[in-house]
Design a protein around this ligand. Structure first.
Ligand code: IMP
Ligand code: MG
Length: 177
């Protein structure tokens, strides 16, 4: 962990707001997939709190799996998507929902979506806690969005800067580096 000190804003999205919105998305998914099973795929590590809360708000049979990809260091994009950990399970004919912390340029998920579609899932949707549509470099529309946010660097509830603040139960933004 680095010794850099970051100046965080006041709470941008409170724990209560997060919990309420995640429950709404869980209910929406439960309605949309009624009578079917789903496989939730968490993109490590940022999706962990969102995924853990979301799965408990889905009233269906839910299997989980994880992928790990690298695209960022600090606050800058490298533009490169590398698969560090692939799925343990076969997704052919499954209803797959990717759970992501935030969509920024969209590069990571647009790559992952194409990558997973080659395995012929029955369906593939994207659930993101946060969306920064102003930053999009490729066209990518998530199916479930928690909150749209401005173009600021955000931390907490899974999101990090230099691996810090993932454990905050709320979301703030970083004022200075
Ligand atoms: P994209 O490929 O540009 O859409 O990048 C998405 C990934 O970048 C997310 O899964 C995060 O890991 C990271 N990221 C983008 N914006 C932020 C932010 O404001 N705070 C923390 N991580 C971010
Ligand atoms: Mg991420």
């Amino acid at each position: 962990m680095s010794d850099t000190k970051y100046d965080l804003s006041e709470v941008l999205i409170s724990e209560e707001q997060l919990q309420k919105r995640v429950a709404e998305i869980g209910a929406e998914i439960s309605r949309d997939y009624r009578g079917e099973d789903i496989l939730l795929i968490g993109i490590l590590k940022g999706s962990v709190p969102f995924m853990a809360d979301l799965m408990r708000k889905i009233d269906l049979d839910v299997a989980i799996d994880f992928m790990s990809v690298s695209s960022y260091g600090g606050t800058k994009t490298s533009g490169v998507v590398r698969i560090l950990k692939d799925l343990d399970s076969d997704i052919k004919d499954k209803n797959v929902i990717i759970a992501e912390d935030i969509i920024d340029s969209g590069l990571t998920l647009s790559y992952l979506k194409d990558y997973l579609l080659k395995r012929e899932p029955r369906s593939l949707r994207i659930a993101t806690l946060l969306d920064k549509p102003a930053r999009r470099k490729v066209s990518l529309r998530p199916d479930y969005v928690g909150f749209e946010v401005e173009d600021k660097f955000i931390v907490g509830y899974g999101l990090d800067i230099d691996q810090k603040y993932r454990n905050l139960p709320y979301i703030s933004w970083v004022k200075t580096e």
